[in-house]
Design a protein around this ligand. Structure first.
Ligand SMILES: Nc1nc2c(ncn2[C@@H]2O[C@H](COP(=O)(O)OP(=O)(O)OP(=O)(O)O)[C@@H](O)[C@H]2O)c(=O)[nH]1
Ligand SMILES: [Mg+2]
Length: 435
């Protein structure tokens, strides 16, 4: 059976907005009419939607780069450019979306229909019709469309096992998984045989299924990363029910110690894990010592199941009891958290990534040049047509207001120095930066 972890890295590129038009009305006998350049259309955004029935992220291994279309350019007669459609990517339920650069988790798409805009399409540039004023009746300014966002993402699919099998190394977890499901995990008489989680599916007569996860053995200190680390404990957090398997042939003291240590590890790792409904299974009942131990512990653990994973004795009953608990938890979950409605009803299932805005411009050295970092200014530089003198003048005024000139002067930028903002390069002069 497959590993728990299914991860893939993809890159998404939203579309650029269309260019705003610089155009003037043509009227009879009037050499230049008023401005009538329309706006550019919006670039397409990229949206991940949890509506695929795939159980793996395999589809994203074939293709890893996704780009949405650019918006159409505006035109004369106030014609707006065409909006590019959004690009919708279907991902399986349970997909966790992370920003590959910052490692920030952007969304946990575990409800059908949950969606996140991972890259916002660029806004269309405004046409010159917007730049007319009483004193400025023939503006030659049309904005370029804004760049679409580009992001590198990591998608991780956490297959949600219903039942997690936990216990010390060698307790018989993998043997039990094989007894209950069609899985064939490695079984051996030494600890830490299982290095990665294994999954198996158990089917019932009524067609219902439960997914079981066999994980590496837990030892004292596991929550600090002792043994095989804590990654698999993170996965266990998403199971609904735990079965704690104990090797009963080790004697009553060892059984008590195992129950105590494993319980303590689960609690130390997280409250979520400690609060999971847990069934206890005393294993290896085919060994006479185990029978003696189970008899001795009966009063202390009246609800514990006594099984043999090797002979399969009482394993079916254990599975039925655990599955009943799973179905009970599922019903409670459904009650508490209805599915996202199919009509795209947005409520709290919609995630939106938003970059943090920096307040003051930050100046840094960029080789011989100075680099200005400021989200707002970078965006405006991106949409400014630097070939248009009017547009550049407008940009200069804005930079002055935001404090770019002062910030540059403060770090010793002098006439003739090169200043970079986004992808553009300017020459600094005492009355501001020039294109
Ligand atoms: N006699 C007997 N031996 C068992 C039983 N269940 C498991 N074993 C044996 O115990 C040893 C360990 O079994 P595994 O299933 O590999 O144990 P595990 O808990 O998965 O161990 P790790 O993966 O190392 O954590 C193997 O030699 C199994 O054959 C049982 O019910 N009876
Ligand atoms: Mg194992």
């Amino acid at each position: 059976m497959s590993d728990f972890l299914d991860e893939v890295a993809i890159s998404v590129f939203a579309g650029r907005g269309g260019r705003g038009a610089v155009s003037f009305r043509h009227e009879k006998y009037v050499p230049l009419g008023g401005p009538d350049g329309g706006d550019g259309g919006c670039g397409g955004s990229i949206i991940l939607v949890a509506d695929s029935d795939d159980t793996t992220l395999g589809a994203f291994r074939q293709r890893r780069r996704f780009a949405a279309g650019n918006g159409g350019d505006g035109a004369g007669s106030q014609k707006t450019g065409r909006d590019a459609g959004d690009l919708k990517l279907s991902v399986p339920l349970g997909t966790v979306v992370r920003d590959a650069d910052s490692q920030e988790v952007l969304a946990d798409l575990d409800l059908r229909g949950a969606r996140i805009v991972v890259a916002q399409g660029g806004r269309g540039g405004r046409g010159n019709v917007h730049f007319a004023s009483a004193v400025h009746q023939a503006p030659r300014i049309g904005e370029l469309g804004a760049k679409g966002e580009a992001r590198h993402l990591e998608l991780e699919l956490k297959l949600i096992a219903d039942i997690g099998l936990v216990g010390l190394p060698n307790a018989g977890k993998s043997t039990l998984l094989a007894a209950l499901t069609g899985a064939h995990p490695k079984v051996a008489a030494y600890p830490f045989t299982t290095l990665h989680p294994n999954l198996g599916v158990a089917e019932f007569e009524d067609g219902r299924t439960v997914v079981l996860a066999d994980v590496p053995g837990l030892i004292e200190g596991a929550h600090h990363g002792a043994g095989l680390g804590i990654d698999f404990l993170r996965h266990l957090e998403r199971t609904r029910v735990l079965i704690h398997i104990v090797d009963a042939s080790a004697g009553p003291d060892e059984v008590r110690r195992a129950l105590r240590d494993v319980g303590a590890e689960l609690r130390a790792f997280s409250a979520t894990l400690a609060a999971k409904p847990t069934l206890v299974a005393f294993n290896k009942l085919d060994i006479p010592d185990a029978v003696t131990t189970v008899t001795e512990l009966r009063d202390e653990w009246p609800d514990a199941h006594a099984i043999s994973a090797v002979t399969v004795e009482a394993c079916r009953e254990l599975l039925l009891a655990a599955a009943a608990e799973v179905f009970r938890v599922c019903a409670a979950e459904k009650e508490a958290q209805p599915e996202a409605p199919a009509d795209g009803g947005e409520r709290h299932h919609v995630y939106r990534y938003s970059p943090r805005r920096r307040e003051a411009p930050v100046i840094s050295r960029d080789g011989e040049a100075f680099r200005v970092s400021h989200v707002g200014i970078e965006k405006i530089v991106d949409i400014t047509d630097l070939d248009s003198e009017e547009a550049v003048t407008r940009l200069q005024n804005l930079m002055q207001r935001v404090g770019v000139d002062a910030a540059l002067a403060a770090v010793g930028c002098v006439e003739g120095d090169t200043v970079r903002i986004g992808e553009a390069e300017f020459i600094y002069s005492d009355d501001g930066v020039h294109g």
